[in-house]
Ligand binder design. Structure first.
Ligand code: FES
Ligand code: FE2
Length: 402
């Protein structure tokens, strides 16, 4: 019996006990349990073509940093407060070899190495031991990834099989897909990363929120109730297989994947061809109450990476408050959970099995990290750093299914 029930047998809202967030999972700052787990993985922080010689502020996992590209083309990610007397490198100027602080001209390479101290004798006799705090970055799939964990534990930046080996008519595209509004109008979602992460293993909301409550926002097949849903752990996370029987007698098996710790591969949502998923989306916590997303995918002519979600003929940004109420989507449902959901007052039910599995996996891996081990999915050998993604929309005939 919950505290709420014991206090008020009639269900009155009066005298409710205080509720709380899941401290272990929700917080991602330095030194927090989940923050330390997340710091053992690479996270995308920007689209590569948006990283230029103009320094930009970025906030990732609760840390403020400055991102730039030096004139040799190398991306750099530095702690913003200059090690000399603390002004921000946001006001620095990028040169061939790094970024020069505006105040007294100390120059730092993309690895934080101090290369020049122009006001000091001999340009800084001890400049070689001066180092601005920095994080390593690598570029792949059109994105810049950062590793913000212990240097000795830096894994190989993973590859995903569905983003490799392009056909001649395919190309790879990436985008900052941002908040969950469906129209890229909100680069940063103003709520906790878990709200979207939980949504990844939630096939039932596809039927309710995206189909029957609002009217169809995605494929018409989603309005058919799922016949069975199987959640299963795989070597990189959790998957679900949601099976529907279509009116033409075929069986649609929709397989969606949660890739540990905060990555998803959701199969196509408009045109449900019999095919594997072609895209990966990363949920990137900005801090405890904000996140953004990046998506990379294989794109064919006339099949863009990103299509606006249609809300009764409007994009999300064009809608009135009343229209947000009448045709809510992922943003409304997840924003409606608050800045960080009060997990202690949740009532997880049988439809939440996948969420329970994901959270259990996160807790297990937090423990692995706390005990000095290497968490799920990190690879230190390039041969083992390609993830085989199970996602896709798969069809079979009814007889084959029996
Ligand atoms: S504060 Fe940066 S060089 Fe002095
Ligand atoms: Fe959704």
């Amino acid at each position: 019996m919950t505290g709420l029930q014991s206090r008020n047998a009639d269900g009155s809202a009066y005298g409710r006990p205080p509720q709380h967030i899941d401290e272990e999972l929700a917080r991602v700052g330095p030194g927090t349990p989940c923050g330390e787990l997340f710091r053992r993985y690479w996270h995308p922080i920007a689209e590569a073509d948006k990283v230029t010689t103009r320094p930009q502020n970025v906030r990732i996992l609760g840390e403020d940093l400055v991102l730039f590209r030096d004139k040799k083309g190398r991306a750099g990610l530095l702690y913003p407060r200059c090690m000399h007397r603390g002004t921000s490198l946001f006001y620095g100027k990028v040169e061939e070899e790094g970024i020069r602080c505006c105040y007294h001209g100390w120059l730092f390479g993309v690895d934080g190495q101090c290369l020049d101290q122009p006001c000091e004798p001999d340009h800084g006799r001890h400049r070689d031991v001066a180092r601005q705090p920095w994080y390593p970055v690598e570029e792949r799939y059109g994105l810049v990834f950062a590793y913000m964990g212990p240097p000795a534990k830096k894994p190989i930046l993973p590859r995903y099989d569905i983003l490799e080996n392009l056909d001649p008519d395919e190309r790879l595209e990436c985008a900052r897909t941002g908040g969950q509004t469906g129209d890229q109008s909100m680069p940063i979602a103003p709520y906790n990363w878990m709200h979207l992460n939980d949504n990844v293993m939630d096939p039932y909301h596809v039927w309710v929120l995206h189909s029957t409550f609002t009217g169809p926002q995605f494929a018409k097949e989603f309005a058919i109730p799922v016949q069975s849903v199987d959640f299963f752990a795989w070597e990189q996370g959790v998957c679900y297989s949601a099976v529907r029987e279509l009116s033409d007698g075929r069986i649609l098996d929709r397989v969606s994947s949660y890739i540990f710790p905060c990555i998803m591969s959701v199969p196509a949502t408009r045109n449900l061809e019999d095919a594997r998923s072609t895209r990966i989306s990363w949920i990137v916590p900005i801090d405890d109450t904000h996140f953004t997303t990046f998506t990379a995918g294989k794109v064919k002519p006339r099949a863009p990476l990103f299509q606006n979600v249609d809300f009764a003929g409007k994009t999300w940004a064009e809608m009135t408050i009343e229209e947000h109420q009448d045709t809510p989507g992922d943003f409304e449902a997840q924003f409606g959970q608050g800045p960080i959901s009060l997990h202690s007052e949740e009532h997880l039910a049988t439809s939440d099995r996948g969420i329970v599995m994901m959270r259990r996996m996160l807790r297990q891996q937090i423990k692995v990290v706390a005990e000095g081990g290497d968490p799920l999915g990190v690879a230190f050998n390039a041969d083992q750093a390609t993830v085989k993604v199970p996602s896709g929309n798969f069809y079979r005939s009814r007889t084959a299914a029996e």
